[in-house]
Design a protein around this ligand. Structure first.
Ligand SMILES: C[S@@+](CC[C@H](N)C(=O)[O-])C[C@H]1O[C@@H](n2cnc3c(N)ncnc32)[C@H](O)[C@@H]1O
Length: 251
């Protein structure tokens, strides 16, 4: 992991879950959508890549057990340190690339589902990594990617939106990568309407809750906040949070 990203998640780890604490219904919604896209049958072998603090794994944990825990892969130890202490979760410090290449071994010979929830954009060579992971899938196994599209409708300042778009993989490229890895692929946008107090939103921006915000200096963030305040005089902000859900299934 690049040192700026590592630093970003080290700094963010302590407050990561607090960012969502006021929005439990959003966390529930996302956990439900992930479960619906995976539709697990019985106890399966799950590997969550870029698992972070495991915030969205609650529903999936109902389909795991101490014998078949969800392997939570993440290169950031401070994020993994905040996983719930639960025998159905098994932390593994590694990158997606290290798992795909076999440099870091998984406890499972084959995997029924790999999930990426807002972590695929951190992967350097996405096609090669997805190919490596696809080779580990059991028949009927799937890779589920949940990711923001490059163009966001968040009430951020323009430079942040543009830089985010430059760094974010296009959904069609992710679909192509899964297809090239030999998987039958489906992609759909799922949307959640966010309603948040403007002051709380500005706190999130100042706390650089998105990794792209860590690439701006303190002065640039303050200029950005001034821009948000002038564009959004309303006390309550409402915006659509749109996620690409992309599932590749092995025949
Ligand atoms: C935005 S967080 C998402 C965490 C969690 N999936 C969630 O939705 O709450 C992105 C996570 O990806 C991890 N990450 C960064 N580079 C990675 C890589 N190369 N492979 C796997 N995970 C990576 C970060 O450490 C971080 O925990």
């Amino acid at each position: 992991m690049a040192s700026t990203e590592e630093e970003h998640y080290r700094r963010l780890a302590a407050t990561y879950e607090r960012n969502w604490a006021d929005r439990p219904e959003y966390v529930e919604w996302m956990a439900d959508r992930i479960l619906a896209w995976l539709s697990p049958s019985g106890r399966e072998r799950f590997v969550d890549i870029g698992a972070g603090t495991g915030l969205f794994l609650r529903r999936l944990m109902e389909h795991a057990s101490a014998e078949r825990p969800i392997v939570c892969v993440d290169p950031s130890q401070p994020m993994l340190d905040r996983l719930p202490d639960d025998e159905r979760l098994s932390p593994l410090r590694a990158t997606a690339e290290q798992i795909a290449s076999g440099e870091v071994a998984l406890p499972y010979e084959t995997v029924d589902a790999f999930t990426f929830k807002e972590s695929v954009h951190h992967v350097r060579d996405i096609p090669q990594t997805l190919r490596g992971l696809a080779e580990r899938l059991s028949p009927g196994g799937r890779i589920l990617i949940v990711t923001l599209p490059p163009r966001l409708e968040y009430p951020l300042f323009p430079a942040a939106l543009d830089r985010f778009a430059e760094r974010q993989p296009a959904l069609e490229d992710l679909v192509a990568a899964l297809e090239e890895a030999g998987l039958r692929t489906e992609c759909r946008i799922e949307e959640y309407t966010v309603v948040i107090a403007r002051d709380q939103w500005i706190d999130l921006v100042r706390n650089r809750w998105m990794s792209v915000l860590s690439s701006f200096s303190a002065e640039e963030i303050e200029d950005g906040v001034a821009c948000i305040e002038s564009r959004h005089p309303e006390e309550i902000l409402t915006y659509p949070d749109r996620f690409g859900f992309i599932r590749g299934v092995r025949a």
